[in-house]
Design a protein around this ligand. Sequence first.
Ligand code: SF4
Ligand code: SF4
Length: 241
Amino acid sequence: MLSFFQETYHTFKTIFTGMGVTWRHLFRPAVTVQYPEERDVLPERVRMKLDVNIDDCIGCRLCERACPVDCIEIGTIKSTDDDDLGETSTGHKKKLWVNQFDIDLAKCCYCELCVHPCPTDCIFMVPDYEYSVYDRDNLLFSFSDMTPEQIEEAQAKLEKEEEEKRRKKEEARLAKKKKAEEKKEGGSEDDGGSKASAGAGKSDASTNADADAAKEARRAEREARRAARKAEREAKKKSDS
Ligand code: SF4
Ligand code: SF4
């Protein structure tokens, strides 16, 4: 019997508590927003979606490296010497074509780590939250504005320039090698010349010595003939007397 009264009391108490809340809010202004007709003002630093100003991107890939979940993919092509890609709005010289700049927002955890290292402030969060899709693949956003033809042309131009540079470098290397060989050969010729002249000097000296010896031999022969004639004359004188 006691429990019957207790339960009845609790039943009416909860009903009146609940109805009291309802009646209280009935006379207060509503806090709900009639989305999409009405929208709340979002905080200034809200993180909702990444956006990229591709005209200011220099392709440095700092954002790609900073991303902890690898959801940014960037592809670049070096510009050739005759290309002028201009400057970013922050005054950085652009030297690379950015042929790919993809962000997979299905993977993104909105940490904003990619935003801070950017030297040109061209990757940033925007207050856009209305990009729901049925297929997760559709959350891959591409920001590069290069067409396949432009990419192909830039690649072909770069390959041609690199080939030309390789050829010139090889030519310069060969010319340098040839010059070094010529220099070496010139040096050995000089050495040979000095050796030859030394040899010539030697042979001159030996020729002079031979001439002197021949002269001496002729003189000795003359002396011998003279002595023989003298001996002959004396012998004749003795036989006459
Ligand atoms: S917000 Fe974070 S997770 Fe998303 S792309 Fe940037 S670094 Fe990667
Ligand atoms: S850090 Fe900035 S400039 Fe460098 S690749 Fe990323 S978006 Fe481009």
